[in-house]
Each structure stands twice: as C-alpha cells, then as structure tokens.
Design a protein around this ligand. Structure first.
Ligand SMILES: Cc1cc2nc3c(=O)[nH]c(=O)nc-3n(C[C@H](O)[C@H](O)[C@H](O)COP(=O)(O)OP(=O)(O)OC[C@H]3O[C@@H](n4cnc5c(N)ncnc54)[C@H](O)[C@@H]3O)c2cc1C
Length: 226
C-alpha cells in the first residue's frame, strides 16, 4: 500500500498538449518534403547541407515555430517547456533537418531579446531567425572549456574601437557564419569571472582567420578562429 504522505505525479500529457502534438505533426506532414527527412548516416552534416538547412530554417521562421517559447509580447507563442519538448520530439520523429543558424536562434536571439539594446534587437533578431544572418559561438578556447573564466582572448580599446586578439576553438559552423558572438577578456584586474565582454564580431573582416577541424568521423562542423 502507498504511504499516505506520498503523492502520485501524473506524467501524462494534457488534452491541450496532445492537440499541440497533432498540430506540429500535421504541419510537418504538409511542409517537410519526404526527401529532406532522415538523410544519411548520422543525420545532417553542415558541410553538405547548408542550403537545405537555410531553407528549412526560413520555413520554420515563417510559420512562427522559431519563436515557440518566446513571450507573446515579442511575437512568440509563449509555449510551455512541455510544448517545446513535444515540438522537439516531433521534429526528431519526422527526421527533420537541423536549422543552419541554430546557435544564433537558440542562444543569441533570446539573449538580445532579454538584454540587448533596442538597436541591437531591431538590427539582428529578425535576420537571425530568418537565416539571413548566421552567427557562430566563440566561447571555448584551447585552455578554456568548462571553466570559461580561463579564457585568454583579449579585447582592448584603441582609438574608440575594440581590438580583439586570441584563439577560439570548437566553434560550430564558423566556416559559414557571417558573425560570431564571442567572449573576450576586457580586464585582468579582480576576479577571473569578471572583466569578460560579450562581442558581436564580423567574421569576414580582415584579421579573422577560420581553420576547419576535420574530425576522425569525417565530419567538419567545428573550426578554430584566430
Ligand atoms: C557538439 C559540440 C558543439 C560545440 N560547439 C561549440 C561552439 O559552437 N562554440 C564554442 O565556443 N564551443 C563549442 N563546443 C565546445 C564545448 O562548449 C566545450 O567542449 C566545453 O566547453 C567543454 O570544454 P572542453 O572540451 O575543453 O573540456 P574540459 O573543460 O577540458 O573538460 C574535460 C573534462 O573535465 C571535466 N572538468 C573540467 N573542469 C572541471 C573542474 N573544475 N572540476 C571537475 N571536473 C572538471 C569536465 O566535466 C569534462 O569531463 C562544442 C562542443 C560540442 C561537443
């Protein structure tokens, strides 16, 4: 017999959640071409499918899916974490491709929404979601992985501009990215976790070099950035 002080947790989906699952499934049935599903061993490789992933991202954006968990005031649907998990489950079940600018969509755009200036939001958010502007993430370094406070890339103010020097690694999709959201040390005084700046860096400007890392699996999604 169950002790009286133990409560039963109901893990079943609500009617609303089940109907949301149907909505996602039927949208995928109507919009995801059969030849885009379950492509190749190990799924999609950015090196092979940039164009397809860009087109898929645009379709998801136009249908509003990329703002699923965003607040309604920001044009989102305010979906609960359970709904977002259902969405991901259905994407996986259908064998849908990844989107090309996933780091910008999942990490940078919500950060700009929460912390960016109005100018940054107007300038970047829509273009990130539509796939017109693809960002990579420049956080990890050879000696700064889990402990990011160990990062050594320096950002110095010179003649009213920031000058960055250093090396990043494991940057997914850097070889096709237009820009990077990147962490660099602006000060070495005080605690290691302070004095770190968050920069949006143009990947096509002189002085930026991207070197692909070829993995033993044959894949090449990562790069070093100098
Ligand atoms: C698929 C994938 C995509 C990635 N894409 C990007 C990207 O786009 N941009 C980017 O910047 N980075 C990216 N990374 C890098 C990722 O963020 C780093 O791998 C991560 O920060 C860990 O760093 P590391 O590999 O140097 O491991 P380390 O930090 O060296 O860790 C190695 C091991 O030591 C353990 N460890 C580390 N420090 C401690 C500690 N203080 N105490 C106890 N245990 C510890 C860790 O848990 C781990 O098991 C990606 C990684 C993967 C796998």
């Amino acid at each position: 017999m169950r002790p009286a002080n133990l409560r039963v947790v109901d893990l079943s989906f609500t009617k609303e959640e089940e109907s949301f699952r149907e909505e996602v499934r039927s949208w995928l049935d109507d919009n995801l071409p059969a030849e885009w599903r379950h492509r190749g061993v190990g799924g999609y490789r950015e090196d092979d499918d940039e164009d397809l992933q860009r087109r898929w991202q645009r379709m998801l954006h136009e249908a509003g899916w990329l703002k699923l968990g965003w607040p309604k005031e920001a044009g989102g649907r305010g979906a609960t974490p359970v709904m977002q998990a259902i969405y991901q489950e259905e994407m996986a079940r259908a064998g849908a491709p990844m989107i090309l600018g996933r780091l910008g969509v999942t990490l940078l755009a919500p950060t700009l929404l929460g912390h960016g200036t109005q100018w940054q939001q107007d300038e970047y958010i829509d273009r990130i979601l539509s796939g017109d502007l693809v960002f990579c993430q420049g956080f990890s370094e050879p000696d700064a992985g889990s402990d990011l406070a160990g990062l050594r890339t320096r950002a110095e103010r010179k003649d009213g501009k920031w000058v960055l020097n250093g090396q990043k690694t494991w940057s997914s999709g850097a070889h096709y990215a237009d820009k990077s959201f990147l962490l660099a040390r602006t000060s070495t005084d005080g605690e290691a976790h302070k004095g770190i700046g968050f920069f949006l860096v143009d990947m096509h400007q002189p002085g930026v070099e991207v070197r692909r890392i070829r993995q033993m699996t044959g894949g090449g999604e990562f790069s070093e950035i100098f």
